[in-house]
Design a protein around this ligand. Structure first.
Ligand code: SF4
Length: 695
């Protein structure tokens, strides 16, 4: 029996854990966490273990497909790769000739593999790169930039050495990052406290030393009161504040009305509890992490919630601290040379972005832009027509509100291409489907992990593709060749990797022993004295010139959220450890474990409506309704209902997911227009639904 193993990178969620894959007779027999990465402890999460079900799944696109019927009708013609590439390239060329290169847009899921996608767009001459971030972490990113001049990934979270961790927009034991979970569990075994602030008792809350069930939409009130308590009781890290913060006097004045007693009336969390919590935080400082979250596209004030979180971390001196938020190191910080970037092969296009970021909205960084505004530009043709859209491993029809309205916005597109390894609503609606090989069947470009100990890592192919699918770099090369971008056409993946590694002193063979190449011997914590933020003053600036110059407030007064009308609830959603949004719900192993979502509803609220645990209920909004099973529990705030996101698939081709559960994004009328002008992200949790017993 032929046995082998290969180091690779998991692709079942965006964390991209390092893994080791065992292969027997050309089949994947086992997947484990890379044993050379200590924090993996050899583990993968349930989704990581279900990678084999993904490659064995015949309900995924198996060949390139070109649409024959109407969009979304599901009539396809199988095509060879040459046919599909020729078809897409011909359309792109004609659109470019008629409307200019800016008429081409692409969105992906962001992350470290995007360099080659962005290079492709730059080569074509279009500025219209977007990713899903306006439905996820844009508020966090802009909050970090507004205070420190540095993005959210400039710091890491030193869970292993933390003494108190606070999770507010982060559910670490369900939206899993294996290394972070292992490090946090180790810290908790050593006495680290965990506080969870949420509208419901999620799995993280069940492991916490303190769970604060907060009224939905009032997180900002709670955080302002925490800042009030820290400043009024002089519980801050004075040395850090004096040396590294500007505008603290203005902050102190601003938070004066926001006392713990005031916050209690808003949030439902007792003032005494808040005071005790703040005292414990100060006792543990600076080894404190108040995580600013990933998915902070929730409320209309989420940007300010994220800002308040960063401010609290700073007041506690956690920035740069061991056990807090130490700065990550890039290769250059440890005396090494970084990878060569594909993007640098081409100049930055000069045309303004279709989504208005950087000119109509100068407050935002360009980066991944704001995809919801790109879609609006597709409809309005303002500032110019966008006629081709490539959704690259991105499913906006499941990820953004108002999918039917989105389809209308896309009606003016002459070309809609989906690159995907699984079916999605967006792929089903596309003109052309280019099937990506699942991660166990493909290689990816080498990427850099900036960290306390930075490293390079690479995804290697564990088994050959079972169907007629291709790797990311092969798809880009196939299109690039036809579009005249010869710099992105690599004959072999080794040629591509050698291009990236040129000048780094690292070779591909260096990845063989461990799967990753470390660039430093030990974690490097920057000295307190060396900390310099990328703001004009070099300090964390509470008063942001960028915000103020653009008519936005640095210190925004709190506004109480709306209370749902009688019989209605605020619709909230989140993650679980068994699924990654919509793209795993048809996975044979995972759908067996969790075939559908249920509606969490508060016990007293349900009793008033005559709803019992396990009853079928009808959820509706403005005439649209779906049915779902109720989970009646004390563990959720009475103003909210909650579902796991990603369910409610209606594609006939997905037999396991078809018709199971509820799709939350269909209950957000007007949601594409409801976004935060300061943070840029969609405000997903500002919608109310009516709930009734079905039947
Ligand atoms: S957290 Fe789980 S699914 Fe995500 S990359 Fe790691 S093992 Fe894979």
């Amino acid at each position: 029996m032929a046995k082998s193993s290969v180091f690779s990178v998991c692709g079942m969620c965006t964390v991209r854990c390092p893994i080791k894959v065992y292969v027997e007779n050309g089949q994947v027999s086992f997947i484990e966490g890379n044993p050379h990465v200590p924090a993996m402890r050899g583990a993968v999460c349930p989704r990581g273990a279900a990678g084999t079900a993904l490659i064995n799944d015949h309900e995924r696109p198996q060949t390139p497909l070109i649409r024959e019927g109407r969009r979304g009708e599901g009539k396809w013609r199988k095509a060879t790769w040459d046919e599909a590439f020729d078809h897409v390239a011909k359309k792109l060329k004609s659109i470019k000739k008629k409307h200019g290169p800016q008429a081409i847009a692409l969105s992906d899921r962001g992350g470290p593999f995007r360099d080659i996608h962005r290079a492709f767009l730059r080569g074509l001459g279009t500025p219209n790169y977007n990713n899903h971030d306006s439905s996820c972490a844009r508020n966090v990113q802009h909050a970090a930039l507004s205070l420190t001049g540095m993005g959210r990934k400039a710091v890491s979270y030193d869970f292993k050495n933390a003494r108190h961790v606070v999770l507010q927009f982060r559910n670490i034991f369900e939206a899993i990052n294996v290394q972070e979970v292992n490090n946090l569990m180790e810290a908790m075994e050593n006495g680290c406290k965990l506080t969870v602030i949420d509208i419901r008792a999620n799995i993280s809350a069940t492991k916490a030393s303190r769970f604060l069930k907060i009224r939905p939409g009032t997180d900002y009130a709670f955080n302002l009161a925490v800042i009030h308590e820290l400043l009024n009781k002089r519980l801050c890290d004075e040395r850090f504040v004096d040396r590294h913060m500007a505008g603290v006097k203005e902050l102190e004045q601003f938070v004066q009305p926001y006392t713990p007693e005031w916050a209690e009336a808003e949030t439902g969390i007792e003032a005494a509890q808040l005071r005790q919590f703040v005292k414990e935080l100060a006792d543990a400082a600076p080894a404190v992490i108040w995580h600013p979250g990933w998915m902070a596209a929730r409320y209309t004030d989420s940007f300010y919630i994220c800002r308040s979180i960063y401010i609290i971390n700073a007041l506690l001196g956690a920035y740069g601290a061991k056990g807090g938020l130490p700065f990550v190191n890039k290769p250059g910080d440890v005396g090494r040379k970084g990878l060569k970037k594909f993007m640098d092969l081409y100049p930055k296009p000069e045309e303004k972005r279709a989504d208005g970021v950087g000119w109509r909205y100068p407050q935002f960084e360009e980066g991944p832009g704001l995809a919801h505004l790109l879609y609006q530009a597709m409809e309005s043709e303002d500032p110019y027509p966008v006629k081709a859209y490539i959704a690259y491993r991105h499913d906006p029809l499941m990820g953004y509100p108002e999918p039917e309205r989105l389809k209308k916005m896309w009606e003016k597109l002459d070309l809609l291409v989906a690159v995907t390894f699984s079916w999605s609503d967006t792929a089903w609606h596309a003109d052309v489907v280019l099937p990506l090989s699942p991660y166990l069947e493909r290689e990816s470009i080498i990427v850099t992990k900036n960290a306390l100990k930075p490293n390079f890592f690479v995804r290697r192919r564990a088994v050959e593709p079972r169907y007629d699918t291709k790797a990311d770099w092969e798809i880009v090369a196939g299109l690039a060749k036809r579009m005249g971008l010869k710099e992105l056409v690599f004959d072999t993946v080794e040629d591509l990797w050698n291009f990236q590694l040129d000048g780094t002193g690292v070779t591909i063979a260096d990845f063989d022993p461990k799967g990753i190449v470390g660039l430093a011997d030990k974690p490097l914590y920057r000295d307190f004295e060396d900390i310099k933020f990328k703001t004009p003053s070099g300090k964390i600036e509470i008063i942001s010139k960028n915000l103020e110059d653009n008519g936005l407030q640095s210190l925004k007064p709190y506004q109480s959220p709306k209370t749902p009308p009688q019989g209605q609830f605020r619709l909230t959603f989140g993650r679980c450890a068994l699924h990654t949004q919509g793209h795993t719900v048809n996975n044979a192993m995972l759908s067996e474990q969790m075939p559908e979502n249920v509606l969490w509803i508060n016990q007293q609220a349900a009793a008033k409506l005559g709803i019992g645990n396990g009853d079928r209920v009808s959820v509706s909004q403005n005439g649209y309704a779906e049915e779902i099973t109720a989970k009646v529990t004390e563990m959720i705030h009475p103003e909210a209902v909650f579902v796991i996101h990603g369910f409610g698939h209606k594609l006939p081709i997905e037999s396991r997911a078809y018709g199971k559960g509820l799709a939350d994004n269909k209950f957000m009328q007007g949601g594409l227009d409801l976004w935060d002008p300061a943070g840029g992200a969609i405000a997903y949790q500002e919608h109310f639904v009516e709930v009734k017993k079905a039947g």
